[in-house]
Ligand binder design. Sequence first.
Ligand code: PMP
Length: 972
Amino acid sequence: MSMTDERYLRITAGVPRLGDDRLREILRVHFGLTAGGLRPLAGETDQNVRVTDTSGAEYVLKVCPAGDLGAVRFQNALLRQLADHAPELPVPRVVDALAGQDGVVAVPGAPDLVARLLTWLPGTPLAEAGARSAELLTDIGETAGKLAAATVCWRHPEPPAPHYWEFPHAATVLAEALPAVVDPELRAAIALIEAEFVPLLVRLPELPRGVVHHDLNAFNLLVGAGPRRRVAGVIDFGDAQYTARIADLAILCASVMRGQSAPLRVAATLVGAYHRVCPLTESEVDLLYPMLAVRAATVAATAARLDAAGEHGDPRHRSPAAAELVRLLATTPAELGAATLRHACGLPVQAVDWLATHQIEPVLDGQLKPIDLSASSAVFDDADPRDPVALRAAAASAIHATRPAVAVGRYGEPRFTGGGTVSTGVELFADPGVQVSAPLAGTAERCPPGVDLLLRHEPAEGVRFWTVYTGLSTSVSLGDEVTAGQRVGALGQYSQLLVRLATVPVSGWREVPAEVPHADAPVWQALLPDPTPLLGARHAVTAWQPSTGRTLEGRRKHLPHTHPTYFSAPITMVRAKDCRFYDENGRGYLDALNNVTLLGHGHPRLVDAATRQLRRLNTNSRFVYEVLTEYAEALTATLPDGLDVVYFLNSGSEANDLALRMARYLSGREDVVIIDDAYHGYTTTVADVSPSRYKHYGKPDTTHPTPVPDRYRGEYGYDDPEAGAKYARHVTGTFDRLVGEGRPPAAFLYEGLLAGGGQIVLPPGYLAPIHAEARRHRAFTIADEVQVGFGRLGEAFWGFQTQGVLPDFVTMGKAMGNGFPVAALVTTREISEAFDRTGRFFSTYGGNPVACAVGMELLRVLDEERLQDNALTVGQYLRDRLAALAGRHELIGDVRGQGFYSGVEFVLDRATKEPAAAETLIICERLKEEGVLVYPTGPAWNILKLKPPLTFTSAHADELVSALDRVLEAGW
Ligand code: PMP
């Protein structure tokens, strides 16, 4: 017998225990069913059995004492009401008996028992279903709201007797259980909830009433499978009651919040969703937080009491998470809880309008000067954003430089020194001893920890707020009255005064946070609003404002509307270092997307090389300067002998454009053979050989796409050792066809690993026969290394080298300057000289000294830091870890790549390989929320492109894989 079964036996001691033969008899006689399988299920009062009939249909047979007849009739009637009035709700259906009132039947030979049959609902209890997405939580809240809406007007002549643990009895339940709670911290937390919230329950009888499920917990909610999982069942209506309607929501929140990292946000999602389906009254919303706290305390206290009494009760409620939630709720300011739920329902939260329209005395004399301590501030330009000590030092020195003016850290600013947490007050940086005044008349209240002075102000009838001072040396004592402008103290030894405003009493709080997480800022800003008016009107200080809205508006006005942005809510990036980006909120993001930044963002040696060269000389290549020659030598040294002549350009498009122009001129032909789904650039010529572009306007007659050698989806799979040669035949066949048609090709243009084509690793033996045939037909070969060159593929410095071929032209860009525009076309002297007849070649910016200095330094760093080796080993490590994820997540169809160029292909069905395009975009959006940047690619947009800087470490790879795992587990 398994542990679960033993536990089940303990829970169900005392419930009816009919043998299988008797159960089969009930099913046959009363329901006309022949049971195939019978499996016992847990139940606190009923004997519950899962029944499979011979047709495979599934049911739950419930047997209980005849004394419960009224209660089971009530439950059946309730389920029928739900079936009629909310047929979309996944609740069990009552199975009609052949003869028997309300589907409740007598048990043959056992007059003390009755039975009934319900349909079985498949699904996993929410409590056991792993991480929860916001969409699932929303569905749960909506389901609860729909349940309430469907039963609110329903009444039954025989409602069940009240249960001892209902909200009106909470005081008794807690008082009885409290002495049995052994853990002193938990006991104190429960006592606090009892004292603070239980008295509020007197308001319960005034709230709307209805019949509720009354045990809507994470074990009675079933969820479906897969990443897009939703509520699949609401079961166990055994505790249903006619009572305050919001009892269900409070019970639901208290259960679903357990074990979650941000439980208040969970409650906000549930309550907001419920409210949209079944609008709550303001009184209900205001009692909800106290009720959910009381419910959480009751569950934890009852579990402790049963433990102490040697009874075990329902073990599901005895999880450490239940006690943990109680501790958390006891330390959360009640005002925050209440405001969070009001905010979730769109109800107004406290505000201080009075200050905006009245004169007050400034708290500090002297000249005030706002200082920008957000991630966008120049203050941090010379600090490594990954180093908190360096950030604080940079902020300190900037603050110091503001003297004699008083630097003011703005309200609502995401402080970069705090990792992007949002400031709840204004910070004033001045010398110790600088005098501080009361802005208005007020009374000193007891200070919470970390606060030096708390003044209550009631400047007008019905207007009340508090000013909160930290970092103040004060002699004002509890109960003292102060007048407007009165000196209340001086700046303390830390030279830093934090002034906040509160719309709610904070005396009893454990802490008034100086900074709060970004996600919680809107609610906090209602409780601790902008205190900037306390500084006086004459200073040009304002609260921090995000720039994203304004910046996007400007883009919409001045950029083409087809210009893309990443993500549905685009990110305003303000800086980056190595593999980490930072947005204007100071939030860091792992960069797994950026193939351009080969050496990582802001590599100090490149920054130095560029700035030094900019200061020294920047001109054009008609002048002679050493760095160009040096760079041309170093660059061609990375290429096979013969590829010696460099045309310096500015972009990948230019390089491909020039290669095609040369190939066409030298061959006297026009036709170009390419690989399908490719992208080679934006100029007219290269857009015409880029299927991802010309599909929007029509394929030019001279362009000849050949099948993508995709061993995952294509004609020849990974298991075919001849796949390379077979795919190559499509290309050489195209050559032959064109020759046959009297229009032999000018060139074959390809990438060493297909980027836009879907991160496709070329099959071994693919390029060699193509090159041989191209040569035979005197067609030029062009290797587009814009994406994959410079060691990214790990195995070789250039993509074409992984196939052992030698192209006529190599085009490069992107990574070449680590983000600084540097591009080139490299070819042989022979080809170059043949092209010389078309006149001279010159590009104004191509090969400028700064570009050459940057490119040169990049080659040095690449070599010295052995980054190609890193791409090989960490790239493989990343793919191994991703491949291991495929065992846990059906959505992953294929993991492939070379070095630091990998693709994860998502499919809806591994057999049909139907692309999971919508899912891939959602996954990217969710990864962004997790702080990891990747983006979809491929013809169907169902492939994650992973092409991080070559400095990506195995720790970064772990971070990426764990985030993907979390996203896929939680779903959407
Ligand atoms: N070739 C390939 C393979 C590319 O991916 C790109 C850019 N995505 C280009 C050429 C064009 O480069 P650029 O944007 O620098 O003009």
